[in-house]
Design a protein. Structure first.
Length: 283
């Protein structure tokens, strides 16, 4: 059994809110004033070295973690299959599960196939340290004859202290690149960054820093989804009823399943206006 399978967080973990309670929409992104956002940026800039120190821990954890062999890709055989491209870091690499069929990528793709009663195929660009900046560099070399791009980035960018401006710029680049491919109106789904501070025990101050950084980047993703046609934001499943997941055994299979359903639902909605075109071109 690997270290990642044996690891159990302390039963004394307390989930710390990123800030004092604030209004929060169904997107899971708190509503903050411009002043609070500027203050958050200043705090994160000041303590960015502390986040980077934890990047070393992340690398160590990834090197000892359970990952299935091969790439997370596959196909549901049926007529008129949409082609899906996922680009992401450790989550998209099926962190913590025995095979890629249990990972978020496969779960999301199969959800789309079930939702639309069609087939689908999916390919991936994944790496545990894939940042937004690296994704921008790697996407142009991929096969861009795809019907939807799903972005599952975030963990390394959280620990690097990537700014909201750099994150937004990267998202714009990814969207522009995929739309320079076969389909200028290719839909794009941007998945929310998971609440990493709830996955393992860590000092309370680091909890707060990571929560602030995740909120900052998720807010930037949401803004782009709200302003660019054909882009959807996929929220992360609520963990309010998942005390066992947090405190007892880190059930990554269930986590991937719930996340896959959420991403799959957003992707199915993004693809819906394009199904007739896909049917014509794939037949």
């Amino acid at each position: 059994m690997s270290n990642s399978q044996r690891r159990e967080p302390s039963a004394t973990i307390r989930v710390v809110a990123p800030t004092t309670p604030s209004p929060q929409s169904a997107t899971g992104v708190p509503s903050h004033t411009a002043f609070v956002r500027r203050l958050t940026a200043s705090v994160l800039h000041l303590f960015r070295p502390l986040l980077k120190v934890n990047l070393l821990g992340y690398r160590s954890e990834m090197s000892n973690a359970l990952f299935p062999a091969g790439k997370p890709e596959g196909e549901v055989v049926a007529p008129d299959p949409p082609r899906m491209l996922f680009i992401g870091d450790s989550g998209a690499s099926s962190y913590g599960v025995l095979n890629h069929g249990l990972g978020v990528v496969s779960q999301a793709a199969r959800y789309v196939a079930r939702e639309h009663s069609t087939g689908c195929s999916w390919t991936t660009i994944t790496d545990t340290e894939l940042t937004m900046a690296r994704a921008v560099q790697e996407l142009p070399s991929a096969d861009l004859d795809v019907d939807v791009l799903v972005i599952l980035l975030g963990a390394p960018d959280v620990l690097l202290g990537t700014t909201a401006k750099a994150w937004s710029s990267g998202l714009h680049e990814l969207i522009s690149t995929v739309r320079q491919g076969a389909h200028p109106d290719c839909p794009v789904v941007v998945a929310a960054i998971p609440p990493m501070y709830r996955f393992r025990a860590m000092p309370r101050f680091l909890h707060r820093l990571m929560a602030l950084q995740i909120t900052r980047l998720n807010r930037a993703s949401l803004t782009i989804a709200e302003t660019i046609p054909g882009v959807r934001y996929a929220v992360y499943p609520s963990l309010e009823d998942c005390d066992k997941f947090i405190q007892a055994n880190l059930n990554w299979k269930n986590a991937h399943s719930q996340w896959g359903k959420q991403v799959g639902a957003a992707t199915a909605l993004a693809l819906e206006p394009h199904l007739d075109r896909i049917s014509r071109t794939r037949s």
